[in-house]
Design a protein. Structure first.
Length: 679
């Protein structure tokens, strides 16, 4: 195998070069924001291949998004002189686990055609179990139960491993649902996202021969965004890397902001304790932002104690100071931001390179209203919406039940769509038969029909759809998966149902179905397409058009913009009151890391603002500037005071003890005696 570009090391700085040319042994690369970690990770893989330390398929490279995995694969492939039969194992924890699990599904009681269910299906399954167990879903919501189940799975606990403390009946009830939930998934030949990794770890621990197979295959393991890993992901990596010890984890402890998803910052901080002899390399040269932006972010994050420590620097100019502004209320904040965009920024930057990052999604409303009023284009980034639309989910459900007949959740979704006289009572009858006899819903429906236990009117529609399922499975052997989708939409009556409505909404849905079929052409087979739908990540977005970007700071991680606005820096909102109440100092440090992430998204200019009053749950409440504002280095900040006020110190030099009082959006009312009042 030859490499096209022998100069793949030429564009690396000294620290990047050190991280690339020393691939053996455990290594932790502490990569600051904008320090070129993707380039380093890619170059390290290429170096391993070039130096013939391993074949491409003996390298495992794990990322946190499909988008990042595809980008890395594209870069690596571009360095290879000719297309080869194998490339490194590149993908997310979940996609790589799914690949492994399909090969060894029998070891955990599944078969290789198992379905990966999404959150909506999880909630429906939990709701059904609650009904069967006489659990009032109004008192214990399926969402609440699912949160517990996900938490247990992130910690590597199957039902048999969960220990409930005495005197906690609620958790015991949830554990009981968890047991039935896992049993039902096995009957359905299905698993959720958490199972993909948990099942792999279970196989690795219980089947040493299978683990040995992968340990011997993966000579080098590389991990991106390691600070976002949870317990079970860290264990998965440890099991695969413990023998060869050639594991390289890249990340930034200062950007660990997903504890609410189960991310454990200790995985990153304790890496050198787990893997003895770890070499720690810090990438501190930034290629994204100006020095003022970096200095402000570094000054703020230095207040955290739980970090390895680094200081970002750049060869670029100091650039603009960070602008700090105070507004009367949220509406004036939105007006002020829009005025800056209209009067100053629009001439210098594309709207696509301007972003407004908020702590809570409700903050976008006032910006949206303002932009609509003055005609500034905008987009709200908040998830992969296409596959969440009802018509897309219905169509995918048809494909899922064709793919494997045990997919009860898909069966239940589309058995009466379009309407075919199969009501809730009939579905309940089928469900109860399946539960009693441990059969799938499709098999249960067939048995009930054979025993003539289905109502005559229902029988006609049920027989028709079951015959169609069998026909479509035969069609799949002869047709392309996207051709099958067209057949299903036609023969099921789904397209006709939308056409008959003859309204704009239905026309839009038909267009969405056409787009779905177009998108299916990009996949080799039905299995690949269904896996893509299941594993699609929320950050994979379509960024077409000239529009200002509105999103949360959490959603912005990994992105960059010329200009970033950071509104709503007020106590109770940021740092967020609920987080502080639940986790105290740990939450405060994570909120500060979130502020660091927000600031470092900006390449050229950054604007921070807070308001004196904000509408909260229908009432106006007084606000105080976030403590994070006081922690920003003054030399990197330019204060833009409210002109009509007589004393600028009122806004920026508040004499407040943040450790006292009731912190909420309205807690300033209890602290007014601590303010330096306007003279």
């Amino acid at each position: 195998m030859k490499i096209i570009k022998e100069n793949y090391l030429s564009n690396l700085n000294n620290k990047q070069n050190e991280a690339v040319i020393n691939p053996d042994g455990p290594c932790l690369i502490v990569a600051g924001a904008g320090s070129g970690k993707t380039k380093v990770l890619t170059s390290r893989v290429i170096h391993i291949i070039k130096e013939k330390k391993a074949w491409p398929n003996q390298i495992l490279c794990v990322t946190f998004t499909n988008k990042a995995a595809k980008e890395m694969q594209k870069r690596i492939a571009s360095f290879l002189e000719e297309k080869i039969s194998s490339l490194p194992w590149l993908g997310t924890f979940h996609s790589v686990s799914a690949k492994i699990l399909r090969r060894h599904a029998e070891a955990v009681g599944l078969n290789s055609r198992f379905t990966i269910i999404d959150q909506e299906d999880q909630l429906r399954l939990i709701k059904n179990i609650c009904k069967a167990e006489n659990i009032d879903v109004k008192k214990i919501s399926p969402q609440f139960i699912l949160a517990f189940i996900n938490q247990w799975k992130n910690k590597g606990m199957l039902p048999k491993n969960v220990i409930i403390k005495k005197g906690v009946p609620l958790e015991r009830a949830i554990l009981n649902v968890y047991k039935f939930y896992q049993e039902r998934l096995k009957i359905l030949n299905s698993c959720d996202f958490g199972d993909l990794i948990l099942h792999c770890v279970t196989i690795f621990e219980n089947e040493p021969d299978i683990l040995e197979l992968y340990i011997n295959n993966f000579k080098y393991v590389l991990v991106d965004e390691y600070q976002d890993s949870n317990y079970i992901q860290s264990k998965w990596l440890y099991l695969l890397a413990k023998k060869n010890n050639n594991i390289c984890c890249v990340g930034d402890d200062d950007q660990s902001i997903y504890s609410w998803r189960g991310a454990e910052i200790r995985n990153f901080l304790d890496f050198s304790k787990i893997f003895k002899g770890t070499k720690i390399i810090k990438l501190e040269q930034n290629y994204r932002s100006t020095q003022n932006i970096l200095s402000a972010a570094s000054g703020l994050i230095s207040k955290n104690n739980d970090r390895l420590g680094k200081k970002l620097w750049t060869d670029s100019k100091d650039g603009e100071l960070i602008k700090l502004a105070c507004y009367k209320n949220g509406r004036e904040e939105a007006t002020g931001v829009s005025d800056i965009i209209e009067q100053k920024l629009k001439k210098k930057y594309s709207l696509n390179n301007i972003s407004i990052l908020v702590r809570a999604i409700f903050q976008t409303r006032e910006f949206e209203e303002r932009f609509l009023k003055i005609g500034i284009g905008y987009r709200v980034i908040g998830g992969t919406k296409f596959y969440e639309r009802a018509e897309i989910k219905d169509s995918v459900a048809f494909l899922r039940i064709v793919n494997q007949k045990n997919d009860d959740l898909a069966f239940e979704r589309i058995i009466n769509v379009p309407k075919r006289s199969i009501g809730d009572s009939s579905v309940k009858q089928i469900y109860e038969w399946g539960r009693k006899n441990k059969k799938s819903l499709e098999d249960s429906a067939i048995e009930l029909l054979q025993q003539n236990k289905i109502k005559p009117k229902t029988k006609i529609g049920l027989v028709k759809i079951l015959n169609l399922f069998n026909k479509w499975r035969l069609d799949l052997r002869k047709k392309k998966h996207y051709e099958l989708m067209e057949i299903i939409l036609d023969e099921s009556g789904y397209s006709k149902m939308l056409k008959d409505k003859k309204d704009l909404e239905s026309e839009g849905r038909l267009e969405n179905l056409k787009e779905l079929i177009r998108g299916m052409h990009e996949f080799d087979n039905l299995q690949g397409f269904l896996e893509h739908v299941a594993l699609a990540t929320s950050i994979d977005q379509d960024w077409n058009g000239q529009k200002v970007n509105l999103m949360t700071m959490h959603a912005a991680k990994g992105l960059e913009f010329d200009v970033v606005f950071l509104p709503g820096w007020e106590e109770g909102l940021f740092p967020h009151q609920k987080s502080l109440e639940e986790k105290g100092d740990l939450a405060l440090e994570e909120e500060r890391r979130l502020a660091y992430v927000g600031i470092t998204r900006a390449k050229k200019e950054s604007f921070i603002s807070f308001v004196m009053n904000r509408m909260y749950r229908g009432e106006w409440v007084d606000s105080l500037a976030s403590r994070f504002i006081e922690e920003l280095p003054e030399k990197n900040i330019e204060k833009e005071e409210m002109k009509e006020q007589n004393n600028e110190d009122f806004f920026f030099n508040q004499d407040i003890d943040y450790n006292e009082g009731v912190r909420s959006p309205g807690w300033a009312r209890l602290q007014k005696n601590k303010l330096k009042r306007i003279k």
